[in-house]
Each structure stands twice: as C-alpha cells, then as structure tokens.
Ligand binder design. Sequence first.
Ligand code: NAD
Length: 309
Amino acid sequence: MQKITIVGTGRVGETTAQILAEEELCREVALLDVRSGVPEGIALDIFQTAPFFDFDTRLEGSNNPAVLVGSDLVIVTAGLPRKPGMSRSDVLEANVAILDGVLDSIQRWCPEAMVLVVSNPVDVLTYRAWQRLGGDRGRVFGQAGVLDASRMASFIAEETGLSTLDITTLVLGGHGDTMVPLPRFCTVNGIPVRHFISEEKMDRIIERTRSGGAEILALRKNSSAYDAPGASVAAMVDAISNNRRRVMPTVAILDGEYGEKDIAMGVPCILAEQGIESVVELDLNEEEMASFRSSVKAIRADLGRIPGK
Ligand code: NAD
C-alpha cells in the first residue's frame, strides 16, 4: 500500500504507527488527531527511530483532515477509551459522535479507502461506519478477534509452558463480555488444545480471555491496553498489504452469514488486498451457536442506541 492514515494518535494509534513504519507495511503513514501539534510530534519521534530499525516509511502528522487524501486504508482509533469499571458500551454515544465526524472526513477526502475500525465499542462502530459509508461491505471492517485470540493464546502458553508460536486460537462474536472463545478450534501445532489442558483450566482461560481487556485496565488504571491492540491491528494490515489471504477473526458486516444480517461482529474472514475477501462460515455446534447468538443479542441492543444515519 502507498498510504495509510491513522485517525486518533493516542496510545493505540501511536503504537500501531510505530509497527506499520518499522515493518514498512506502506510507503507513508499519516497521523491525524485533534490535539494541536501532537500528531506532528509523534510523526517526528517515530521517524527518528528509522536509523535503528532500518525503515524508509515516511510519516506525516496533521490536525487537518485533508491529510486523508490518497489513503488506501484509514485506521480509526479516535475516541474515548473506557475507564476502570466501565464497559466498552459505556463510551458508545461519545464515540459514535466522534466517529461520525471522522466518517464525514473520509467521505470528503478519501471515499474509496478501506476503513479499519478499532475504537470501541468496535462492533457497533464498524456497523456505523458501513451504515454511513455504504458501498462494498468488504472494505469496512474492525479489529477485535485478533487481539482476543492472542490473549487466549498467551494464557494457554502461560498455563502449558508451550511456545506461543505453536498455539492457534479462535475467538468470535462481539468484543465484550459475550465474546465467543472457541476451544474446539484451538490447537498446539495441529494437536487439539484439550490434549494439554484440562477442561476446568480451559474454562478459566475462557473467562480470563473474556475479561482480558478489563484485567489490563484494572492493573494499568489510567490506560487501557495498547501494545497488543497495536500489534493486532498491524497483523491485519500486514495480511492486507501483502495480499496474504490470511484467515483472521475480523469484525465484518454480515449479510446472511451465520444466519445474521444488518450487524457487524467477529467472524473468521479471508483478509487480502481488497480487505475482506470472504467470510468463512464454520459449522458451530449447539453450545457454540448459543454463545454466538447471545453475542448477537448484546450487539443488537447496542445498535439500538445509535442514531439514524
Ligand atoms: P487515547 O485516549 O490514548 O487516544 C484517543 C485519541 O483519539 C486521542 O489522541 C484523541 O485526541 C483522539 N481523538 C478524539 N477525537 C478525535 C477526532 N475527532 N479526530 C481525531 N482524533 C480524535 O485512547 P486509546 O487507548 O488509544 O484507545 C483508542 C480507542 O481504541 C478507544 O475507543 C479504545 O476503547 C479502543 N480500543 C480498541 C481495541 C480493540 O481491540 N478494538 C483495543 C484497545 C483500545
């Protein structure tokens, strides 16, 4: 990709920018934020790491939405993070208002760009982005499951002492308390994870995965997570930028898949140069499907709170 713009250069935005630059996932990273001077300062700071990390990626920071011109991909991390004790849904109204302004700028300056939503509640905001932008649903998507799956993998690695390199996990559904970790689809180098972990321990890992973000927020107190979120966004960008056709859990607009329509939520997708190439439909068993439906219900309740477009 030639150009990626990150809107919102807070903790997640800055971390993502550093990784995109270091890994040369595009020629140019633009940073857009409402805080005066901040995106310019971050762009300079990151570019000054180029001699250490050997990259040629250029960076530009601005408060002017016109910086969006020429973007192939816009990553939206603008918005309020939750505070300890809050759920992701508690920042819904504030973040929909912020997102709507960002979407107006995207419409005006780079209407053809792909849009990757990170701000929370990410399922609702991804749907909002597609509702407002319209067009091909494969070009508007969100990050949730890549992070949730990496949390689950890290907990399995901690529990078993095995390498994270061999651990594959899958988490679908909404990015919240009703997310759907799927142990049946988790493996250690192809071997079902149940071979290494008792059901009881796996249940504890599932619960810890569901509250993985809250655990970090409670510990950090004045910040929600941003290292793993930034790495998760960069992994999705890598799949797109290098047209890898990776299968990654992605917040996608559903149009009949999993029996759902007019909703965005985490499902496995093939990510390629055009964004989502297709949604992968898994044969979920009764229990997994029931969890998935609870997640649908929770997201629909939040979708009911967003204003008309
Ligand atoms: P932060 O407060 O550090 O950064 C938010 C940034 O958005 C700030 O720099 C702020 O100035 C900027 N901003 C606000 N309004 C803007 C606008 N109209 N245009 C441009 N920039 C604007 O927060 P953070 O920790 O980086 O988190 C950002 C968002 O990402 C939050 O909503 C958080 O909940 C979410 N998040 C999502 C995931 C995920 O997995 N999807 C993970 C972590 C955080």
